[in-house]
Design a protein. Structure first.
Length: 193
């Protein structure tokens, strides 16, 4: 049973290291402001990632279209995950294009993309970021390890400097919840009185 305590302590250590770097707090604040600016200017927020990161991207979007802690108006957010789209694009263009074709179809200047990749090197996320930037969109990225290729491609790279994917994802979901709370605090301050 020692692996249980060890796993929890490892998670705690990863989070503590992330929190202890004040630059990460500033990057979270910057990310929140980018999302808020998109919503205030009638833009939309898209999110993408693979595997567990796709689940995180969907979690982010559903909290925005639904609710977080209290009822409020829905916000226009989409996690790129529609099965018909993904299988069509993967079949006709290749898996590397499943997110970028969606961003190309729907993204506009003023929108924001949340790109999630624990390695920072997911080819399909990289292509989505390239298309988003070409369209004049802002890009916030949740990354891991050393940030990979994506760290220099995005407006805000939030990097969890850990080699273990599940530990990275655990901090990513904390960042996502803070993003949502920060967005709500600015757009729906009455929910936090």
């Amino acid at each position: 049973m020692s692996y249980i305590r060890s796993s929890l302590l490892e998670a705690q250590d990863t989070l503590n290291k992330f929190i202890s770097d004040d630059h990460n707090i500033k990057l979270i604040e910057q990310s929140i402001q980018i999302f808020v600016d998109s919503f205030k200017n009638k833009g939309r927020v898209f999110s993408c990632g693979n595997g567990g990161s796709m689940c995180d991207s969907l979690h982010f979007a559903e909290e925005l279209t639904g609710r977080y802690r209290k009822d409020r108006a829905p916000l226009p957010a989409t996690g790129i995950s529609e099965a018909g789209h993904i299988t069509c694009i993967a079949n006709d263009f290749g898996f590397d294009h499943i997110f970028s074709r969606f961003v190309e179809a729907w993204g506009q200047s003023g929108d924001t993309l949340l790109a999630i990749s624990t390695s920072g090197n997911s080819a399909n996320v990289i292509k989505a970021v390239e298309v988003a930037k070409a369209k004049g969109m802002k890009v916030v990225a949740l990354l891991g390890k050393d940030g990979g290729k994506l760290k220099s491609m995005v407006d805000v790279p939030l990097i969890i400097p850990c080699p273990i994917t599940d530990r990275i994802q655990e901090v990513h979901i904390k960042c996502i919840h803070i993003f949502i709370e920060g967005i709500e605090r600015q757009l729906f301050p009455e929910n936090y009185l």
